[in-house]
Design a binder for this molecule. Structure first.
Ligand code: SF4
Length: 359
């Protein structure tokens, strides 16, 4: 049975429909329907139909999920994910698949995330096995200490990520999700044994704006609470988009929410640039980012970072000791210039413990 995508590339859809595996994150419903629990949409899918993400589908009462391919596979600095409190200065082998459960107008990876909705997107699958991905990480050498599911939304392809992570863990690698955070408890509990770190995009603190991007604010906030409670190392990113989410009130709300999880959760405020369907407003200025970072510190967060404008956001690329204020990790963009954090995760000057995974 061919399940037609809503729009986009039917030929591509018929190819990736062959690169699948029966889903784990699913519950049966009456009359052959299923409820997918891989992401916060929790789609109820009838036989012959697809979920909102377009890549999971019900064939004769069984839900199928993407498996056995990547759309992108690169070795990146871990600071690019961004994780600033996990193994600074190392590399992470990063894979993505196709599709997304959201449709942000400013998506920087729209070529792969929106490929099943937008005929102008050109991402394609390349078949690969989990063993081949992990072997590649080994070939990159000792600097490559981890594997990440990223580029498109990893939650919608969680069964694949877990199969890759099982192999990666056996090879001694750390594993991480770079996600929009539109998760379910079921998905978070399923990946937890294999996943060390989780990055969530907190896109806005206004529900009306979240709905315009394709999700619900409370679901993302709940997912962040659950991820933190389950013990993932959590970092949160807010892309600061002028006129969309950059008011002092909204940035304060975001900082207060993160502090309610823990003041040790790092917050990255990063610069928007015009992309995909968002050709307005103007790009985020360094002044705006610095204002956002200052709000984060004023609200009591211990680690706030300004990203995407290397060298232009004062010292907000660096990790400072919350005890004595000394600079511990000096960065320029994705490059680590120096790292003074001790092997036991402390400030060498005042012995304050610095939250994160350092070894
Ligand atoms: S991953 Fe999310 S969008 Fe896709 S089918 Fe499952 S619940 Fe729906």
């Amino acid at each position: 049975m061919i399940r037609k995508p809503i729009t986009g590339d039917e030929a591509l859809s018929s190819v990736i429909d062959l690169l699948v595996k029966e889903a784990v994150l699913v519950e049966p419903l009456a009359d052959g329907g299923v409820r997918c629990v891989a992401c916060g949409h929790e789609c109820r899918i009838k036989p012959g139909a697809r979920g909102i993400c377009q890549v999971r589908f019900n064939n004769s009462g069984k839900l199928y999920a993407p498996w056995g391919y990547v759309s992108a596979l690169n070795c990146d600095p871990i600071e690019k994910k961004p994780f600033n409190h996990v193994l600074p200065g190392t590399d992470v082998l990063t894979f993505g698949m196709l599709g997304c459960d959201m449709h942000c107008a400013y998506c920087q990876n729209w070529n792969i995330s929106q490929v099943l909705r937008d005929s102008e997107a050109g991402g394609e699958p390349q078949q690969v096995t989990p063993q081949q991905i992990v072997a590649l990480a080994g070939q990159y050498g000792a600097r490559t200490r981890s594997v990440a599911s990223s580029y498109n939304e990893p939650l919608i392809t969680t069964e694949w990520a877990v199969d890759v992570f099982r192999q990666a863990k056996a090879a001694g690698l750390m594993c991480m999700y770079v996600s929009n955070g539109n998760a379910t408890r079921e998905a978070l509990e399923y990946i937890r044994p294999f996943t060390d770190a989780y990055k969530i995009d907190l896109k806005t603190m206004r529900d009306v704006n979240y709905r315009a991007l394709g999700a619900v604010l409370d679901r993302v906030l709940d997912s962040a609470r659950t991820a933190h409670a389950l013990g993932f190392w959590l970092e949160i990113v807010t892309l600061v988009v002028p006129g969309f989410n950059d008011s002092n009130d909204e940035l304060r709300d975001a900082a207060q929410f993160i502090k309610s999880l823990s003041p040790d959760v790092p917050w990255h405020v990063t610069a928007f640039h015009q992309d995909y369907r968002m050709r307005e407003p103007a790009n985020t200025s360094a002044r705006m980012l610095i204002r956002a970072a200052e709000i984060g510190y004023a609200e009591g967060l211990r680690y706030v970072y300004a990203g995407n404008l290397p060298g232009r956001a004062a010292a907000y690329e660096n990790t400072r000791c919350p005890g004595c204020g000394t600079t511990l990790v000096e960065r320029h963009g994705f490059r680590v210039r120096s790292n003074r954090i001790t092997s036991t995760g402390r400030c060498p000057d005042c012995q304050t413990a610095i939250a994160g995974i350092w070894m």
